[in-house]
Design a protein around this ligand. Structure first.
Ligand code: B12
Length: 301
């Protein structure tokens, strides 16, 4: 998101510019950037914090308490630019090298097993900057950090589980607030036959909903035959199969998916497809590319 002026932030939140300025001076929620002319410029993270305060205020919370709660996330994470390891519940730290304030807030909440704050951090980022940016700048760095933490220490699976709940719930809640796309020729999102990892599919669903593209999420461990049947029954425009680890059954199932019906397009995603000859199935490199390819398949281009 580009940096915003006071007036633009006010318009986005539906409050007056003086309210935004007042929150800044009274509660310390100030713009962290300046334009070349010296005017205040709010970054995506500043807006996310203001939005959280605004929502708390709307729900009847005292503004000072709301600001203090929001700044709690921010202050503890501090203004460090460098990697850091922090003590959390049970002495578990989660370092997110080079991450922004919102990602560090999410990491900290997850490390403390504070599910509600983790969910709020994700929802705030989704609302402030949209799914693609929130996924790449906030959610994905923390998921990768959680995986790296487990790989290097053998500990912290509980953090991964809690993060999974918080992230998927926030993605579902965000998508539920968006206009429902038309239902014809949805794209189907499925984990491979042995796949438990499906958070990227929830991210894809939220981003597709933002783009007005209908989708159906079949979730983890979807048998190839079931996915092919679903594609036929829904006249799916496309199917996306996620693999975080290699799975021969998924690879061998690609022709069956491609033959599900005449117009279906097959896409695959995730590190489990690395080095695999996927034939005509497309392999988008990231969430943005996947959403664009699925959108084009849906529009029939
Ligand atoms: C959350 C998580 C879990 C959750 C899953 C819950 C769920 N419902 O999804 C739980 C706790 C259940 C779990 C369990 C396990 N997990 Co796990 N888990 C993760 C974690 C932290 C995040 C997964 C994720 O969503 N990644 C999404 C993004 C972050 O993936 P990415 O690879 O960076 O994405 C790349 C591309 O795919 C692309 N991309 C990014 N987003 C998108 C979106 C779309 C749509 C597309 C097309 C592309 C795309 O861009 C990126 C750059 O190339 C990863 C760590 C990691 N680095 O991914 C480990 C990880 C995947 N898990 C791992 C393992 C080993 C396991 C377990 C076997 C053991 C364990 N850790 O408990 C179990 C067994 C699960 C099973 N039976 O299959 C390993 C896999 C290693 C391997 N290759 O074999 C990882 C990598 C952790 C690690 N560092 O070792 N896990």
């Amino acid at each position: 998101m580009e940096q915003l002026s006071v007036g633009e932030v006010a318009a986005r939140l539906g409050v007056s510019p003086s309210a935004v300025r007042m929150w800044g001076t009274r509660y310390g929620l100030v713009a962290s950037a300046r334009s070349t002319g010296g005017h205040r410029r709010y970054t995506a993270e500043d807006v996310a914090l203001l939005q959280a305060v605004h929502e708390a205020v709307l729900s009847g919370t005292d503004p000072a308490a709301a600001a203090a709660a929001v700044r709690g996330i921010e202050d503890v994470e501090g203004a460090s630019d460098g990697p850091r390891r922090r003590a959390g519940a049970g002495g578990t730290g989660l370092a997110v090298p080079g991450a922004g304030r919102a990602a560090r807030g999410l990491a900290r909440a997850a490390a403390r097993l504070d599910e509600m704050r983790a969910e709020d951090a994700v929802l705030t980022a989704l609302r402030a900057s949209g799914t693609l940016t929130a996924w790449d700048e906030v959610v994905r760095p923390v998921l990768i950090a959680a995986g790296a933490h487990w790989a290097s220490t053998g500990a912290g699976i509980e953090i991964e589980h809690l993060l999974t709940q918080a992230v998927t719930t926030a993605l579902v809640r965000h998508a539920a607030t968006l206009p429902e796309p038309p239902s014809e020729r949805p794209v189907l999102l499925a984990g491979g036959p042995r796949e438990e990892h499906v958070i990227p599919l929830y991210a894809a669903r939220a981003a597709l909903t933002e783009a007005g593209v209908p989708s159906r999420l079949l979730g983890p461990r979807t048998p190839v035959a079931a996915l092919a049947t679903a594609a036929r029954r829904t006249r799916a425009a496309a199917v996306l199969v996620w693999l975080s680890r290699p799975d021969d059954d998924a690879v061998q199932g690609l022709p069956e998916l491609a033959a599900a019906h005449r117009r279906v397009r097959v896409l695959v995603g995730g590190p489990g497809w690395d080095g695999v000859d996927t034939g005509p199935a497309a392999v988008p490199a990231d969430l943005g590319a996947a959403v664009e390819a699925l959108r084009q398949a849906w529009r029939g281009t």
